[in-house]
Design a protein around this ligand. Structure first.
Ligand code: SIN
Length: 285
């Protein structure tokens, strides 16, 4: 079906499209928004350039897709708590989101999508990679698909934040968590199907990631790890991916139900400042 209200230019064979002809800071007519939503479902990650989004403008656009939720480990902006700042200062080495993952799968209802807006970008580097987990599922053998059918994986917040702690950067998150009363000792965990069916498209996609998936149900961590690693390496095959180069004013909106993403950490000595908000999702099935 054609697009009449927006321009849609795919950026790669696997996923991703740049959307033109839209000012996200202005109220969007329903027919224009319907096309943006269609492009989002069709291309799994959509990009906009040259936008001028205030935090509340970003939240309002995200809220057209569904209610925005709060990220459990970083405090939101005072003027708009649904939007969190993601900042890497020139002297820092740890970056947020620097491994292949789908967002916060340790929640019972992980976010449907994530909206990221670039405030300040490094002169080079700091791109984000995306992978299509539906294409990755389709490419599996019938034998592997049968082995994964009905299997559930345990997602936990423990893996990623243990890693941040080891790198000495957890204090940055911890301070923000304490500020909003989220300095929790307990670990957030949730069981999800390893192959999930997209609630809008009916398509099956792999739904596990190395940042959060600890093990499969009925399996030990040691037994699960090689399978998790293999499946995640498979998802990251270049032919399932695309790459986005940020500029101030760029926006990416990705579908966490059928993609992985990876924030490249190749710009030490430079500042990168993003605003991020997430849209409430359903319980994966
Ligand atoms: C994230 O994983 O949400 C951050 C992605 C990025 O900063 O590029």
């Amino acid at each position: 079906m054609e697009y009449r209200k927006i321009e849609v230019a795919p950026v790669a064979g696997a996923l991703g499209a740049e959307i033109g002809g839209v000012d996200l800071s202005a109220p969007l007519a329903d027919d224009c928004f319907a096309e943006i939503r269609r492009a989002f479902l069709e291309h799994r990650v959509i990009f906009f350039r040259g936008q001028d989004l205030s935090p509340s403008g970003q939240r309002d656009f995200a809220a057209r897709f569904g209610p925005c939720n709060r990220y459990p480990f970083v405090a939101g902006l005072e003027e708009c708590p649904e939007v969190i700042p993601i900042i890497k200062e020139p002297e820092e080495t740890f970056n947020f989101g620097g491994l292949w993952h789908s967002d916060t799968t340790y929640l019972e209802k992980p976010p449907l999508g994530t909206l990221l807006y670039a405030v300040e970008t490094p002169p080079h580097g700091g791109d984000t990679l995306f992978a299509n987990t539906k294409l990755a599922y389709d490419a599996l053998s019938d034998g592997m698909k049968a082995a994964l059918a009905g299997l559930r994986g345990l997602s936990s917040a423990k893996i990623r934040y243990a890693e941040a702690g080891r790198s000495g950067q957890f204090a940055k998150f911890k301070g923000a968590m304490t500020a909003i009363g989220l300095d929790r000792e307990e670990t957030l965990e949730a069981w999800h199907p390893v192959v999930r069916t997209h609630p809008d498209t009916g398509e099956k996609a792999l739904y596990l990631n190395r940042a959060h998936t600890m093990r499969f149900e009925g399996w030990t961590e040691a037994e699960s790890r090689p399978w998790i690693n293999w499946l995640c390496e498979h998802i990251a095959r270049p032919e399932f991916t695309c790459r986005f180069r940020w500029e101030p004013g760029s926006v990416a909106l990705w579908d966490n139900r059928c993609t992985h993403h990876f924030a490249l950490n190749d710009y030490h000595g430079h500042r990168r400042h993003m605003h991020r908000c997430t849209i409430e999702g359903d319980r994966p099935s």
